[in-house]
Design a protein around this ligand. Structure first.
Ligand code: HEM
Ligand code: HEM
Length: 137
């Protein structure tokens, strides 16, 4: 069970990363160029949210099973990273993506929709890159 979840979680990181880059950059360009907010923009934002929520759910599963989550061994760098930093920052990312999508859905103007997705999704991308590709021991 742990191995399966770990494989899924480890592979899904690339999907999350790719979708955040595509959805975030496409909306950044759309915002700058004053492009219409099209169906594909909505789909990209939705798929990014689904991938992130799935990663969150698997992450919660891992949190209860992984030997790297242990509050009594917080002095160990790897344990502290997964018990505190990884969990806290990745939950923050899921919250930012969810707020970004629901806020963008409520906006009327295409430019405002693009701007909201660009800001929330690219900030989330920056946190993922830092947490998973820079900080991860
Ligand atoms: C720990 C697990 C999860 C939590 C806490 C969570 C939380 C949420 C919240 C708070 C929203 C509301 C967003 C809004 O108000 O617009 C939402 C929406 C949604 N979630 Fe999750 N979710 C979880 C897991 C999942 C999973 C596993 C999937 C799919 C495989 C998923 C797919 C979706 C979809 C499709 C929406 C609606 C997005 C939209 O149409 O704007 N979620 N989730
Ligand atoms: C966008 C969200 C996330 C991404 C991109 C992500 C990415 C990763 C990656 C790349 C690993 C290393 C996998 C490996 O060693 O092969 C990992 C491990 C882990 N993640 Fe996440 N994660 C996310 C969210 C979460 C959340 C929300 C939690 C729990 C609250 C969580 C809990 C864990 C745990 C406990 C491990 C260590 C498992 C082990 O090696 O025993 N993750 N994550």
């Amino acid at each position: 069970m742990l191995t399966g979840l770990l494989h899924a979680h480890s592979t899904l990181r690339w999907v999350v990363l790719a979708l955040m880059i595509i959805a975030g950059l496409k909306s950044l360009i759309g915002w700058m160029n004053k492009s219409p907010y099209e169906k594909i923009d909505d789909k990209l934002s939705l798929f990014t949210l689904i991938a992130t929520h799935t990663q969150l759910l698997i992450g919660f599963g891992l949190y209860f099973m992984s030997p790297k989550v242990d509050f009594s061994n917080i002095a160990d760098g790897v344990t502290r990273y997964f018990t505190i930093e990884h969990a806290f920052l990745m939950i923050l990312v899921a919250v930012l993506i969810t707020i970004g999508r629901s806020t963008s859905k409520k906006k009327e103007e295409a430019a405002d929709k693009h701007k909201t997705v660009a800001l929330f999704y690219l900030s989330s991308l920056a946190i993922v890159v830092l947490t998973v590709f820079v900080m991860m021991p």
